[in-house]
Write a protein that binds this ligand. Structure first.
Ligand SMILES: NC(=O)c1ccc[n+]([C@@H]2O[C@H](COP(=O)([O-])OP(=O)(O)OC[C@H]3O[C@@H](n4cnc5c(N)ncnc54)[C@H](O)[C@@H]3O)[C@@H](O)[C@H]2O)c1
Length: 254
C-alpha cells in the first residue's frame, strides 16, 4: 500500500468512519497516503483505521466533530504533531437532515445541516490552511452533491442549499489560494444509496424513481467517488482549482 502516487502524503478524511468517507480513506491509503480518519462516531473512525492497517496501510482513527471548533483544532494539531505535516484534506462529513416541506421544516435541524455541511468545511479548512500555505502545497476536496446544482425531487430543502454553499465556498477558496500551491476543488455525486447517509427505505417512491434520471441507469458506488477524489488530491491534479467535478452518471451536464 505504501508505494502509490500519494506516498509520503498525509491526508485527513472527515466523516471517514463510514460510507463514502470510509471508501475514500481506504483508497488514499492504498495510494500510499498516511490517513487520519476523523468521525463524530469515534468507534467507526478507529475501526476503519484498524481495518486499513490490517490491510497493510497507514491510518489513525480518532474522534472529530466538525461542528465543534475545539474538536477540529485538537484533531488537526494532533495530526501535525504525529505526522509533521498535512497535505490533503477531504471535507466529507455531511448529514441529510430530515424529510419535510419548507413550511414545516424544523429550524433546529435546518441549522444543524448547515452546521455540519457548510460550517464544518469552513472550520476544517481553516484549521489546515496555515500548515498547507506554509508548506506551499495542499489539496482540499469538498464533498458537495448534485443537489447543490439542481435541488432535490424530495423534501430536503436545507440539504441542497447547504451543498450549493459548499460549491460556492470551493470557488472562493480556489481563487483565494490559487497562487499558494493549495488547490481546492469539490465533487458533486448523485445518489450513493449503499451508505448510512439516510434510510432509503423511508424515502418517498418519487426519489427512488429519480434514478432513471441518471442516464447511466444506476446509482453511484462509494469506490467510484473515492477514485475521483484520489486523482483530485494527487500531484497529477495541478491546474484545476475552485472547480466542480461532477460524478452523477450523466444526470448533471454542467
Ligand atoms: N449518499 C449519498 O447519496 C450522497 C450523495 C451526494 C453527496 N453525499 C455526501 O457525501 C458525504 C458522505 O456521505 P455518506 O453517504 O457517506 O453518509 P454516511 O452517513 O454513510 O457517512 C457520513 C459520515 O460522516 C460522519 N459525520 C456526521 N456528522 C459529523 C460531524 N459533525 N463530525 C464528523 N463526522 C460526522 C458520520 O458519523 C458518518 O460516518 C456527505 O457530505 C454527503 O452529503 C452523499
Amino acid at each position: 500500500m505504501s508505494h502509490g502516487p500519494l506516498q509520503g502524503r498525509v491526508a485527513i478524511v472527515t466523516g471517514g468512519g463510514r460510507g463514502i468517507g470510509a471508501a475514500i480513506a481506504l483508497r488514499l491509503a492504498c495510494d500510499g497516503a498516511r490517513v487520519a480518519i476523523g468521525d463524530v462516531v469515534s468507534d467507526a473512525a478507529r475501526d476503519r483505521a484498524r481495518a486499513i492497517r490490517e490491510a497493510g496501510g497507514t491510518a489513525h482513527g480518532d474522534h472529530l466533530d466538525v461542528t465543534d471548533t475545539s474538536s477540529v483544532t485538537a484533531f488537526v494539531d494532533e495530526v501535525l504533531q504525529r505526522e509533521g505535516r498535512v497535505d490533503i484534506l477531504v471535507n466529507n462529513a455531511g448529514i441529510a437532515g430530515t424529510i419535510a416541506s419548507l413550511a414545516e421544516y424544523p429550524e433546529e435541524i435546518w441549522r444543524r445541516v448547515f452546521e455540519v455541511n457548510v460550517h464544518g468545511v469552513f472550520r476544517c479548512s481553516r484549521a489546515v490552511l496555515p500548515a498547507m500555505v506554509r508548506a506551499g502545497y495542499g489539496r482540499i476536496v469538498n464533498v458537495a452533491s448534485v443537489s447543490g446544482k439542481e435541488g432535490l425531487p424530495i423534501l430536503m430543502p436545507p440539504y441542497g442549499a447547504s451543498k450549493a454553499a459548499v460549491i460556492a465556498l470551493t470557488k472562493n477558496m480556489g481563487r483565494e489560494l490559487a497562487s499558494t500551491g493549495v488547490l481546492v476543488n469539490c465533487i458533486t455525486p448523485a445518489g450513493v444509496p449503499s451508505t448510512g447517509f439516510m434510510d432509503w427505505s423511508n424515502v418517498p417512491p418519487r426519489l427512488v424513481e429519480s434514478s432513471p434520471a441518471i442516464p447511466m441507469g444506476r446509482w453511484c458506488d462509494p469506490d467510484e467517488v473515492a477514485a475521483m477524489v484520489a486523482w483530485l488530491v494527487s500531484d497529477e491534479c495541478s491546474f484545476s482549482t475552485g472547480a466542480v467535478f461532477d460524478i452523477s452518471g450523466g444526470r448533471s451536464t454542467y
